[in-house]
Design a protein around this ligand. Structure first.
Ligand SMILES: Cc1ncc(COP(=O)(O)O)c(C=O)c1O
Length: 408
């Protein structure tokens, strides 16, 4: 079946007695009992499907997991209370009984970087960073480090570089490593990393999957081979997504393909409009034919679906101008996160990349005038009109002020 159909039907309509609920209910029960202890014993032994305790599995969470597994073309999925919990779970699973080493993309979500350097590294895991958009350099790092796994994001934040997942899976496997892909920015509508050889796909379900700004969640999708290790770790660590959140996430995913179409159409229009503005000195958007990864984009992403996030630089702007621009917005929401139905805007130098030294940020290309928009599903004209009026309201440039020194 096609993705649009799977999104609406997969995971739902488990038979209960002689009736079937049309959508999966919220099972708030923490424990489940059976007519006989023999029956419960068989469930504990994983001989028959069934529930015993919600940390081991919950029917609402399982329905959401089945839905996302169907969209990703995976065989097993584990939902978690946040995207970070999903990343932690996947990394621990990939490191279990394997080499104590990870090669990761050099541009990663900030807390993922912290997870690698502040939690895994001190516990004896060697962590090395390389540029996934330079496959030769990436392979050299993997060959030298001989890692248990490679961790990359499909689309980097905030500069929106697109990783060649197909080439990276060949590289990882050539050197005996697993490929873990954080596909939060692309979603299965744009790219299904398992089809390109990835071993585990991770999502912050908080973003496009749930899509309405009301659920914090995550999910790891994988193949049968890694089900036992993920299941065992999940049962021990207890990073579970609660039943209410599972319900909301599942409800969100039903409209994911529809939303992504509109998100991507709107993002293309916003990017094109931004490119024509004198006050904008650079636009970062995977749909731009001059994008540095245009070849990868054309090979891996569907025609006309280049993502919903656009970053751009306000010409010559520093903190003062960016703050005035953001404060003048009336429709686009000034808030951290992305992937919601409403457009959202964020200032990386103040938020996601705040902890980096200004020089490090500059080296990464994250200038003091860079902002990132997650383009929502409103009418594109209204989003553009809001950006236009806020740019006009921003006023003339001031003398630059270093971020970091004033960002408390
Ligand atoms: C690419 C990416 N991965 C993971 C996360 C973490 O997700 P969560 O906030 O659900 O823990 C984020 C959060 O912004 C993200 O952007």
């Amino acid at each position: 079946m096609k993705l649009n159909t799977l999104a609406v039907h997969a995971g739902d309509r488990k038979k209960l007695g002689n009736y079937v609920p049309v959508t999966t209910p919220i099972y708030s029960a923490t424990s489940f009992f059976y007519d006989s202890l023999e029956d419960l014993d068989r469930v504990f032994a994983d001989e028959v499907p069934g529930e015993n305790y919600s940390r081991y599995g919950n029917p609402t969470a399982r329905a959401f997991e089945a839905q996302v597994a169907a969209l990703e073309g995976g065989e097993a999925a584990f939902s978690t209370s946040s995207g970070m919990a999903a990343l932690h779970l996947a990394l621990l699973a990939a490191l279990t009984d394997r080499r104590r080493s990870v090669v990761a993309a050099n541009a990663l979500y900030g807390q993922t970087l912290t997870l690698l350097t502040k939690l895994l590294e001190p516990s004896g895991v060697a962590v090395r960073f390389a540029d996934p958009c330079d496959p030769a350099a990436f392979e050299a790092a993997v060959a030298e480090a001989k890692p248990a796994c490679v961790l990359v994001e499909t689309v980097s934040n905030p500069l929106l570089r697109v990783a060649p997942i197909d080439k990276l899976s060949e590289i990882a496997h050539r050197h005996g490593a697993l490929l873990l892909v954080d596909a939060t920015f692309s979603t299965p509508v744009l790219l299904r990393p398992l089809e390109h050889g990835a071993d585990m796909v991770i999502h912050s379900a908080t973003k496009f999957l749930a899509g309405h700004g009301d659920v914090l969640g995550g999910v790891v999708v994988t193949n049968e081979e890694f089900r036992p290790v993920l299941q065992s770790l999940a049962r021990t660590l207890g990073p579970n997504l609660g039943p209410f959140e599972s319900y909301l996430a599942m409800r969100g995913v039903k409209t994911l393909p529809l939303r992504m179409e509109r998100h991507c159409q709107n993002a293309a229009r916003v990017a094109s409009w931004l490119g024509d503005q004198a006050g904008v000195s650079a636009v970062h958007y995977p749909g731009d034919p001059r994008h540095p990864d245009a070849e990868t984009v054309a090979r891996l992403l569907p025609q006309g679906m280049r993502g919903a996030v656009v970053s751009f630089e306000l010409r010559g702007a520093g903190r003062g101008e960016v703050f005035r621009f953001l404060d003048a917005l009336k429709l686009v929401v000034r808030a951290t996160s992305l992937g919601d139905v409403h457009s959202m805007i964020l200032y990386p130098a103040m938020s996601s990349h705040r902890d980096l030294a200004p020089k490090h940020r500059q080296r990464l290309g994250i200038t003091d005038g860079l902002v990132r928009v997650s383009v929502g599903i409103e009418a594109a004209e209204d989003i553009i009109a809001d950006l236009a009026q806020a740019m006009a309201a921003m006023g003339p440039l001031e003398a630059p002020v270093a971020i970091g020194s004033q960002a408390q």
